[in-house]
Design a protein around this ligand. Structure first.
Ligand code: GNR
Ligand code: NI
Length: 174
C-alpha cells in the first residue's frame, strides 16, 4: 500500500478524459487500495484515479459518516468502476464542495439531488441503484473528474477567478 501524490490544478493531467477499465486484475486492485489509503490520509471523502495521475474510469468514496452519536466513524469503502449516470432528478441540491485537487477552497455547486447510476464494484459485479444525499453529490463530483471536469468549472467565471486567486494567495503564503 502507498500514499500517492495528488495532482492539483492547474496540472493539465486533471483535464484528461479517463478511459474505461478493461480488466479487474491485481494491478487495478492495488491501485484501488492505494487510492483508499491516499484518500483516508488526505483526508477526503472521494478520489478519482486521475487525481493520482492514472487516467482510468475508477473512483473510490467513503463518506465516513458516523453511525452513532459517539465513537469512531465506521469505514464504508465504496468502489465505482466504469460508472454511468442513467438519469438525474429534476430536484437540485446545493452543496458547499471542495476538492483535493483545488486544496482548501470551497464553493456552492448545484447538482441533481438524486441520480440513478450503474457501475462495476471491485468484485466485477454490475450494480444499479438510485443514489441521493451526499453520496449523489460526491459521486457526480468524482464522475466529473473522469471527464476532466473540476467543481470550479460549474461556477460563474467571476466566482471561479476569485477562488483561483485565493488559491494562488494561499500557496504563496505557505
Ligand atoms: O473530500 C472531498 N470532499 C467533498 C466535499 C463536497 C463535495 C465533493 C467532495 S469530494 C472531495 C475529495 C475530492 O476531491 N474528490 O475528487
Ligand atoms: Ni475532487
Amino acid at each position: 500500500m502507498a500514499i500517492l501524490p495528488i495532482l492539483e490544478t492547474p496540472d493539465p493531467r486533471l483535464r484528461t478524459i479517463s478511459t474505461p477499465v478493461e480488466a479487474i486484475d491485481d494491478d487495478l486492485q492495488r491501485l484501488i487500495d492505494d487510492m483508499f489509503e491516499t484518500m483516508y490520509d488526505a483526508p477526503g471523502i472521494g478520489l478519482a484515479a486521475i487525481q493520482v495521475g492514472v487516467p482510468k474510469r475508477v473512483l473510490v468514496i467513503d463518506l465516513q459518516e458516523p453511525e452513532e452519536e459517539e465513537g469512531e466513524p465506521v469505514k464504508r469503502p465504496m468502489v465505482f468502476i466504469n460508472p454511468h449516470i442513467l438519469d438525474g432528478s429534476e430536484e437540485i441540491t446545493v452543496y458547499n464542495e471542495g476538492c483535493l485537487s483545488v486544496p482548501e477552497q470551497f464553493a456552492e455547486v448545484e447538482r441533481p439531488a438524486s441520480i440513478r447510476a450503474s457501475w462495476m464494484d471491485r468484485d466485477g459485479r454490475i450494480r444499479e441503484e438510485r443514489i441521493e444525499g451526499l453520496l449523489a453529490t460526491c459521486l457526480q463530483h468524482e464522475m466529473d473528474h473522469l471527464e476532466g471536469v473540476l467543481f470550479i468549472d460549474h461556477l460563474s467565471r467571476l466566482k471561479r477567478e476569485m477562488l483561483l486567486k485565493k488559491l494562488t494567495k494561499a500557496r504563496k503564503a505557505a
